[in-house]
Design a protein around this ligand. Sequence first.
Ligand SMILES: Nc1ncnc2c1ncn2[C@@H]1O[C@H](COP(=O)(O)OP(=O)(O)OP(=O)(O)O)[C@@H](O)[C@H]1O
Ligand SMILES: [Mg+2]
Length: 329
Amino acid sequence: MTSPTDQAWAIRTRDLRKTYQRGTVVAVGGLDLAIPRGGVHGFLGPNGSGKTTTLRMLLGLARPDSGTMELLGEPVPERLAEVIDRVGAIVESPKFFASMSGRKNLALLAQGIGVPLNRVGEVLEQVGLAARGKDLAGRYSLGMKQRLAIAATLLKDPELLIFDEPTNGLDPAGIHEVRTTMRALADQGKTVVVSSHILAEVQQVADTVSIIARGRLLRSGTVAELLAGGASRVRVRVADTDAAARLLLAASYEVQPHSDGALMVRCPGQPTAPEEVARLLGEAGIWPSELGLMADNLEQVFLDLTRDEHLGATQFMPQGRSHTDGGAA
Ligand SMILES: Nc1ncnc2c1ncn2[C@@H]1O[C@H](COP(=O)(O)OP(=O)(O)OP(=O)(O)O)[C@@H](O)[C@H]1O
Ligand SMILES: [Mg+2]
């Protein structure tokens, strides 16, 4: 039942749905995912948006209420047994024996799944742990433990790797290590799907992303496409922020105060032109001490996509305080 076009997708879901507590908690609410083969794909969404639930359903660890799923072109869970050996995943925090070396831990796993022991050296090499393989796993840093977990998923030499929040709890150096490992695996021709609630973090390593919220797809595409579709904003600092905000709001701009006292100005539906903002303020005799175009990141794109739901909280309120700082720091 696999057509050539299906081969283009590493993961596909259609109208995937999963509820808990007799339908009162909608974890995944009609999710349509199409994750291409090759490269690093960021599966992004805030806490509780349904990322882990989706990955668990794909791997046969949870049962969907309805909808269809495909892994590497095969319908799952129907053909999971046939396809699962081509998939490596970390969805629950992996457990290792602390009093054994990293190498010994992997050797035990390899034996358990019938993989030749020479794979152990190869996967340690792939995650950059070859020199530390003899050290006790319990003495590894968090970043090294996470790379050991990645090494374990590589034993079967899978085509598709699924990592659920692999950088959770890591410091910047650990995040960098894991990110470099993911990039290297993708460059070796594997598909790496990595979930995260920190959008800006994955932006640096992902080729393509899917952004979800409340169990539904908000947007997907290459990082460049998503950033190009995002509305840029202009950062303005003026002496009289209330007067400037009133003027800009009257001219149909969206205005948010930044926590550092600047105003973040956005032109809904089109790119925000700094010269237009400068002209408007100047004509009213308001001269900014600072005015510049801010580059968007994925986090800002996400905030814009979900803006409607939070409108009341994020709009400029001259008399009160906004609940956000505009997010463009
Ligand atoms: N076993 C469960 N029983 C009840 N509710 C659940 C269960 N698993 C998940 N949920 C709920 O489903 C929703 C989605 O949870 P999920 O863990 O998939 O989100 P997530 O995107 O992975 O979040 P995070 O970024 O925090 O890991 C949440 O509201 C969560 O409380
Ligand atoms: Mg999760």
